[in-house]
Write a protein that binds this ligand. Structure first.
Ligand code: ARG
Length: 434
């Protein structure tokens, strides 16, 4: 049965009761909820509202609960949410003493605390997954980093680069910025909500420093209305996840295009086949991760629109934040892991890369700069090489097929013939960048 939580004697419609419960979702908060309660008990003991013995008994019962639930020894009672489920279980387990647990506390400061503690662990999961991807990137760069490949503008071959610059741009640098954004979340979850009560604190001798310190928060709440109503850290986190999603999606788009151009191959471990066409090896992993960016963006928007227009303090709308931020974090961690796996099975094809650079006349800008280096004004050199590209193409040839005769006909220096190596161009250009 689902408990009625109002003390005025009102009886809720059972269908409504069943519909409004958040237990199927927020049972995931059990561990942090118990940790929060254990810290709250510490505050009650310090304030003389519980004896040390009472505190010890409550804490021991609470601390044993997550393990019992995990081992299937205890089934959480079906209540309005995880907070009520724990209290009801505690009452059934230790008896009347449990009636003192919620002294000076509301589910509003309780859930705000739970969410911050959960977010702390979630941040650690995302950072660990980012760290693994970083290690995967190191390995990929060690294998392929000095390989020349095309850089594209407008999806057209532009200029020779080294592969380390491509993965650096696609993953390493943006993810390093995302990590700095996650540090902002860390700062936003530094203050403890416990003590804020429902919205206005309490009148009891409970020092909020005590639970704050016990839970590893930097400080107690500075404003109880803000402490129960703010979900800024959830928004910042969802935004960081959405941005990580976009960064991964862009990398995926690159891989999918490079794969369709035949410049990379995926080993069978991550390439999917077709149920009909026997020759297919499709980059499904990268398409799925690219698709997930849409979900991360949707989660961010769902949170923003849930929070917007709410007045100060706690509103039940806020209950909706959990399922969204859980999905955002789980999805982000999974995608980071999948990209780490994908990188392990992503091989660059050096020869096709060189051919693509040659076919795409990627050396044109180098030739222009060579003319500049021997005294030709840039715009003049630009036009001369442009004309050379046009005449080569008219003859069905590429710039790398230039011969002395072509240059003589165009009135251009033969030294250009020594500038046609696309691989050397990539190394020269990349030398300035780590
Ligand atoms: N289950 C709620 C949530 O997840 C917390 C309970 C607050 N409920 C209330 N009636 N004030 O946000």
């Amino acid at each position: 049965s689902i408990a009625r939580t109002d003390a005025t004697g009102g009886t809720l419609d059972p269908e409504f009761l069943a519909w409004q419960t958040s237990l199927p979702i927020d049972r995931r908060l059990l561990e942090v909820d118990v940790a929060g309660s254990v810290a709250h008990v510490e505050g009650l003991v310090a304030g003389g509202l519980l004896t040390r013995e009472e505190g010890d008994e409550l804490q021991a019962a609470l601390q044993g609960l997550p393990g019992k639930v995990a081992r299937g020894e205890v089934e959480l009672p079906v209540e309005e949410d995880v907070h009520m489920a724990v209290e009801v279980w505690l009452r059934a387990t230790v008896g009347e003493l449990a009636d003192k647990l919620h002294t000076g506390r509301s589910r509003n400061d309780q859930v705000a605390t739970d969410l911050k503690l959960w977010t702390r662990a979630a941040l650690a999961r995302v950072l660990a997954a980012l760290g693994q991807l970083d290690a995967g990137l190191d390995a990929w760069i060690a294998r392929w980093g000095e390989t020349p490949m095309p850089a594209y503008t407008h999806r057209q071959v532009a200029i020779p680069v080294l592969a380390r610059l491509w993965v650096g741009a696609a993953l390493r640098e943006p993810l390093a910025r995302d990590r700095r954004l996650l540090a902002v979340v860390e700062d936003e979850i530094a203050d403890s909500p416990l003590g804020a009560g429902a919205i206005g604190g309490n009148t009891l001798p409970i020092d909020p420093q005590v639970p704050a310190r016990a839970l590893g928060f930097a400080r107690p709440p500075s404003n109880p209305l803000d402490a129960v109503g703010s979900r800024d850290h959830t928004l910042t986190l969802a935004f960081a996840c959405a941005r990580i999603g976009q960064h991964l999606a862009r990398f995926c788009a690159d891989v999918i295009e490079l794969s369709s151009d035949g410049l990379v191959t995926l080993s069978g471990a991550v390439a999917c086949g077709s149920s009909m066409m026997p020759h297919k090896r499709n980059p499904d992993l990268f398409e799925l991760v690219r698709g997930q960016a849409a979900l991360r963006q949707g989660e961010l928007v769902a949170l923003m629109t849930t929070f917007q227009g709410l007045g100060t303090g706690y509103h039940r709308d806020l209950q909706q934040d959990k399922q969204v931020i859980f999905a955002s974090i789980d999805g982000t961690v999974d995608c980071l892991k999948m990209i780490t796996l994908g990188l392990e099975h992503l091989d660059l094809l050096p020869e096709p890369c060189l051919r693509a650079l040659e076919r795409g006349d990627a050396i044109a800008t180098d030739l222009t700069e060579h003319l500049v280096s021997i005294g030709t004004p840039f715009r003049v050199a630009y036009r001369q090489i442009g004309a050379l590209v046009a005449s080569q193409r008219a003859a069905g040839k590429r710039l790398v097929e230039l011969e002395a005769e072509d240059l003589r006909a165009a009135g251009l220096p033969l030294s250009l013939l020594e500038q046609l190596d696309v691989g050397a161009s990539a190394s020269k250009r990349a030398a300035r960048y780590r």
